[in-house]
Design a protein around this ligand. Structure first.
Ligand code: ZN
Length: 260
């Protein structure tokens, strides 16, 4: 169960990063009651926050919130001392104002600095729910809980996703239109100019450029002349061999001794 929750928190923070540009280490802006709870818990504040956020975190506190802690009296001094170790967020309220008013003013309309707000105050949480993209932490039985996204946050995410989807739908429609033209609607409209506009034809028939390459064959048929030459050439006279038998007969001519 614990692991499951941790994974859910991780997914949620990934969504805040993706849709609302939160970056690690997350900056956690705490109110005074949260500071007291951080102090009461056994784990160090840093470990508590890092564990729930599944990341490094930076705990921050405004000047007005520090003043509110001081105002709680000596019994809260240990919590004050602890809070002094957190990064001070300058709110520039010369006159200290109520903690939750201070946090509201620091968050503003858009939470420009991407704070994670740590508060158990119902009124402040309600206000923060109206601004899209603010992660909120609160204590529940001494366990820090990351709230599920508010309606404003969920709606904003849907809107962003919707914009992406509608964009891809438009792209798809364009592509579909091209596909239909390629498939068969072309022959119907005899206007020859239209198909030329969409040059993105698929693999349809041989590539005309490749076909053109065959032309050079025409120059070949001239070869017959050389054939003729070849025929003439072999007319070399055969040298006839003479019978040299004549010599022998010559010798036969030699006066034979008359037998008579
Ligand atoms: Zn302030």
């Amino acid at each position: 169960m614990r692991q499951k929750r941790a994974k859910a928190y991780e997914r949620l923070m990934t969504a805040y990063e993706r849709y609302f540009r939160y970056r690690q280490p997350y900056q956690i802006l705490i109110d005074d009651a949260f500071a007291l709870n951080l102090h009461r818990a056994q784990l160090s504040p840093q470990k508590q926050c890092d564990m729930v956020m599944r990341s490094e975190t930076k705990i921050m506190i405004t000047q007005c919130t520090m003043q509110a802690l001081y105002a709680r009296g000596p019994e809260c001094q240990p919590a004050v001392d602890l809070a002094k170790s957190f990064e001070r967020r300058k709110c520039n309220h010369r006159e200290t104002i109520p903690v939750h008013e201070c946090i509201k003013s620091v968050v503003g309309d858009t939470n420009k600095h991407r704070y994670v707000i740590a508060t158990t105050n119902t009124e402040l949480r309600k206000h923060l729910h109206s601004i899209p993209g603010i992660p909120i932490l609160h204590y529940n039985r001494m366990v820090i809980v990351l709230e599920p996204p508010s309606d404003a946050t969920s709606n904003r995410i849907k809107q962003i996703e919707g914009e992406k989807v509608s964009q891809s739908v438009v792209e798809k429609k364009v592509l579909d239109g091209q596909a239909k033209e390629e498939a068969g609607e072309k022959p119907r409209e005899e206007n020859s100019e239209q198909p030329k506009k969409k040059k993105r034809k698929g693999p349809k028939g041989p590539n005309p450029l490749a076909a053109k390459k065959k032309k050079p064959e025409k120059s070949k048929p001239q070869k017959h002349d050389t054939d003729k030459d070849d025929k003439d050439a072999p007319k070399k006279k055969r040298s006839r061999r003479r019978n040299k038998i004549g010599g022998d007969s010559g010798s036969a001519d030699t006066p034979t001794p008359a037998t008579a």
